[in-house]
Design a protein around this ligand. Structure first.
Ligand SMILES: [Fe+2]
Length: 234
């Protein structure tokens, strides 16, 4: 499917990173159940597994929870329970927590779902919720993913602070805010990874227009990042 560039790029994809909110969940925002066609969270994961099973086996998927997923809400979030992982059995999939460092072909990735983007935007005057990559630069400067206790981001009181950025990644990925942005900070590639959901009525009420259906693609050899736009298909 797709045009010649899309076919060419699709043939070279080796990894797909899904940084959280892999399903819509239940009871995440007011009246959400009225918008859901699947109101059982396990059936939502089954529907996702059906979609992801269409992805060829040679592509490794890395999947991370976010605030809509069926894991504990407090960050750092552990990965999905066995009952959910089993729904993806036989697939080329690695389940990780949130946040997580991992390495793809020697390229260090820090993947964080990004709930604290809103805390940063609320507490630091020049930051805006609709410019997540600018907030990501501040996160890197502060060496911390979620320094605000008692805000939007629930934090678990761990003995070790897993939200500290103690390794400099090559790529820093977030999601959560349903925008699609690419930037760079001192040689670190910054990606906010869009969403695959059009505007919900909750977002409409907040007058928020999501930037849906965009796929950021990184060339791991050159470091080049491009955005492929699938939004016309919606
Ligand atoms: Fe989220």
């Amino acid at each position: 499917m797709g045009n010649s560039r899309q076919k060419d790029v699709a043939g070279k994809i080796k990894y797909i990173v899904i940084p959280g909110d892999v399903v819509d969940g239940i009871g995440i925002y007011p009246q959400q159940d009225k918008e859901l066609s699947i109101v059982d969270v396990y059936r939502q994961y089954e529907a996702l597994a059906d979609q992801l099973s269409l992805i060829p086996d040679h592509i490794s998927m890395i999947i991370q929870p976010g605030n809509h997923d069926a894991v504990r809400p407090a960050e750092p979030q552990p990965t999905f329970e066995k009952e959910i992982q089993d729904l993806f059995s036989g697939m080329n999939m690695t389940f990780v927590g949130n946040p997580c460092y991992f390495s793809l072909h020697g390229v260090e990735v820090l993947s964080y779902h990004g709930q604290s983007l809103l805390d940063y935007a609320t507490n630091i005057q020049h930051l805006k919720y609709n410019e997540p990559v600018e907030t990501m630069k501040v996160m890197l400067r502060k060496h911390h993913l979620a320094p605000t206790y008692g805000g939007y981001t629930p934090l678990a009181p761990e003995h070790f602070d897993y939200m500290v950025i103690n390794r400099i990644p090559d790529i820093f990925v977030t999601g959560h805010v349903h925008l699609a942005q690419i930037s760079d900070y001192r040689g670190i590639t910054l990606i906010n990874a869009s969403s695959w959901q059009t505007q919900t009525s909750y977002q409409k009420m907040l007058n928020f227009i999501p930037d849906s259906g965009k796929l950021p693609i990184v060339n791991l050899k050159s470091g080049n990042v491009t955005m492929m736009d699938f939004s016309k298909k919606f």
